[in-house]
Design a protein around this ligand. Structure first.
Ligand code: ZN
Length: 504
């Protein structure tokens, strides 16, 4: 008899410092796909659901597709949003009849108006529905603020091992294999999690160069080869969340007899994260330094890629801050592609005027003027579109992205991709789909801090990451934490990674 396995995705990286609540419409703008419609949407993609679909075919499962929901990072999920999607997954589990396993794709840093640990609450709910014997595996983002509650109610937690995250498919396949083994009875995985008294750590998970995170992952790979150790995951955490659970963590999924060894592995990795807590490869520069680099011509070596990292919508940035755009215009830098500015009102203005029209715009800067005022300029409408494209990858290859109604506006020497849905610039199609070849530009601006590197590093002559004063600032002294567990490094005088743990 075929195993019946529930498959669902519910993802959000919640920046609790954002003033923009996350609504069901925000999910619909990225995707909110129910039931069997998940199969045509994700089959053949490198999304986690693409991995689960292939695994279901490989093992001959009878999959029960619940929902696939993902939204661009922003503020807390409204109560309605959280409960609606949670209840679709829980309802699918209740209505499934016999269920032999559950495969989830989660983020691990989702916060709702009513739940600081939304994934923990979801896993606890599902565990209550299916009971203790049905294996539950969940993939997580490498930036999960993972919790002991998640580990208690899941059998397996598996986070990405790449940043940019290009292994969602592979992690889902790995999770599915463990669920299959658990259903067959050849494995009995359970999960433990250790979170040190650290707000930041593991170099925010950067894996694009040799260093701490790669060293940690190499050790995790070795540990996974040991008997009784099923999976070792390192979460770097997501700093911009004022909840008790923010920060790095280590999850070890293990066989019952290997619990002591699993604890030792988690402790060894936590100790290493603690010992190397000052290591950071972050290389933020000022906007002025970025402009100085932008003055050089490409000489056929490809564009300078300016990454406006602190307005990264992938971390909850508003996607409409203007200091970089204003500075490029003030400096008269030409042959620039700028992707993107979120400004639906200006898109509507451009659509009313039509291609070729010249319009007066007040572009961007509308969400929080303290992060830069709107850019007031004359703009030529170069192109109008529905803003839909399919990602070339490597990240999310094959998955559709919806920028919403989109206008390319030429201001001075800058082509600004102006959009109606916030999206992180991770794919070359942000420009190519809008008639702009980023390889032919002297300067390309992306709203991203790290993910853009997968597609843009190969075409860039140089990459400069700038801090334009957006909400995703690396300067944690700009953030006010009220709910965070204390004491915690580096905010408090903490002398060991387990400080305060007995009290908690
Ligand atoms: Zn991430």
């Amino acid at each position: 008899m075929a195993y019946r396995v529930l498959i669902a995705q519910f993802m959000h990286e919640t920046n609790t410092f954002s003033k923009l609540p996350t609504t069901l419409d925000d999910y619909r703008r990225r995707f909110l796909v129910e039931g069997e419609a998940m199969v045509p949407k994700f089959k053949g993609t490198k999304n986690e659901i693409g991995g689960y679909i292939d695994a279901a075919a490989k093992y001959g499962w009878e999959p029960v597709y619940a929902v696939a929901a993902n939204a661009t990072p922003s503020g807390k999920l409204t109560r309605e949003t959280w409960e609606t999607i949670r209840d679709r997954i829980a309802g699918a589990a209740r209505d499934a009849g016999r269920l032999d396993g559950i495969c989830l794709s989660l983020h691990g840093a989702m916060v709702s108006e009513t739940e600081d640990d939304a994934e923990g609450a979801l896993l606890e709910l599902l565990r209550g529905i299916v009971g203790p014997d049905v294996p539950i595996a969940a993939t997580l983002d490498l930036h999960a603020n993972a919790t002991v509650r998640m580990a208690r109610h899941a059998n397996v937690l598996l986070s990405y091992r790449t940043y940019p995250h290009i292994d969602g498919y592979e992690r889902a396949v790995q999770a599915a294999a463990l669920v299959q083994a658990a259903m067959d009875g050849t494995k009995q995985p359970r999960c433990l999690l250790v979170q040190p008294a650290m707000l930041e750590g593991a170099d925010h998970g950067r894996t694009t160069q040799p260093g701490l995170m790669r060293d940690l992952l190499a050790r995790a790979d070795d540990y996974e080869k040991e008997p009784g150790i099923d999976a070792v995951s390192i979460q770097a955490g997501f700093t911009w969340a004022d909840i008790p659970y923010t920060g790095p963590s280590v999850a070890v999924s293990h066989e019952p007899a290997a619990e002591a060894r699993a604890r030792a592995i988690a402790a060894a990795l936590v100790d290493e994260i603690w010992r190397r807590r000052d290591e950071s490869s972050s290389d933020y520069r000022t906007v002025a330094e970025g402009i100085a680099a932008a003055r050089a011509k490409s000489d056929g070596k490809g564009p300078l890629v300016l990454a406006d990292g602190t307005d990264n919508p992938g971390g909850g940035g508003y996607n409409d801050t203007t200091p970089v755009l204003q500075a490029l215009l003030d400096a008269g830098i030409a042959n620039v592609a700028f992707g993107t500015i979120y400004d639906p009102a200006t898109v509507r203005q451009a659509m009313a005027a039509g291609v070729g029209a010249e319009i007066e715009v007040a572009l961007g800067g509308h969400t929080d003027e303290s992060m830069g005022k709107p850019v007031r300029a004359r703009a030529v409408v170069k192109m109008l579109s529905d803003g839909l494209f399919r990602n070339d990858g490597p990240m999310n290859a094959g998955v559709e992205t919806n920028m919403g109604p989109t206008a390319v506006l030429r201001i001075g020497g800058v082509d600004v991709v102006t959009i109606s849905n916030r999206i992180q610039t991770i794919d070359l199609q942000v420009f190519l789909s809008q008639g702009i070849d980023p390889r032919a530009k002297d300067v390309v601006v992306v709203k991203s801090v790290q993910h853009f590197r997968a597609a843009y590093a190969p075409i860039a002559r140089e990459i400069v990451l700038v801090d334009s004063g957006g909400i995703c600032s690396p300067d944690i002294s700009r953030l006010t934490f009220a709910k965070l567990r204390r004491p915690i490094w580096p905010l408090d005088g903490v002398n060991d990674p387990y400080a305060g743990m007995k009290a908690r």
